[in-house]
Design a protein around this ligand. Sequence first.
Ligand SMILES: Nc1ncnc2c1ncn2[C@@H]1O[C@H](COP(=O)(O)OP(=O)(O)OP(=O)(O)O)[C@@H](O)[C@H]1O
Ligand SMILES: [Mg+2]
Length: 235
Amino acid sequence: MFRIENITAGYGDITVLHGISLEIQKGEIVSLVGANAAGKSTLLRAISGLIPIDEGAIWFEDERIEQLDIKDRVAKGLIQIPEGRELFPGMSVQDNLLMGAFSKEHRKKANKNMEKVYELFPRLKERYKQMAGSLSGGEQQMVAIGRGLMSDPKLLMLDEPSLGLAPIVVQQMIQIIKKISEDMGTTIFLVEQNVNHALKLAKRGYVMENGNIVMSGSGQELLNNEHIKKAYLGI
Ligand SMILES: Nc1ncnc2c1ncn2[C@@H]1O[C@H](COP(=O)(O)OP(=O)(O)OP(=O)(O)O)[C@@H](O)[C@H]1O
Ligand SMILES: [Mg+2]
């Protein structure tokens, strides 16, 4: 469904990603884990089209997309939920959600999709008029995910949704991601520093270090790996 081959990318003269390859099958939850500055967010930016790639190819549903602009990738169903949520704090929950309906087609079905979001996140329905900036961290993350769902993602890429959340809220977030995968059939690419949660949830995972994929396998295989245990789980 989705495949990247040997992509190289970075910022100006600085290369951050040194030939990354990975693939995601339809319906899978795949996690990408790695330490600070490994290049995880840079990879998501390259996939979304926020930064160009220098080399390599990005395939989405049998089509090469690395030359398409961001809008066209979104229209195809490639949606990123950015690290740090990036909401409009002075706008209501509802208006933030509406910002996720980019295309004409999605603006037309915005009400229907908003109902789906409210079904998934009843808390947001209760607070639809509240300014996003006054929501709790967990609620803000719900808005960020909900905004992404407004464009009917086929591949939903989440950049550290658990960042800054209390353990119990992280658990809720994990359940929500599971639910999106199971109930909506959305394929999910999850980027996390929370290695334990991310690998438990995922069918498969990749480990990134210094802009390279250094390991891949089933979530369970990776959790049992000695290097992962030492470097990421502190066991
Ligand atoms: N806009 C930018 N301009 C220049 N360098 C950048 C920019 N954004 C990120 N970098 C650099 O790229 C490298 C990878 O950063 P990136 O944000 O992709 O890491 P990450 O794995 O997402 O880390 P974290 O877990 O802390 O979010 C870092 O060395 C960072 O300083
Ligand atoms: Mg990051």
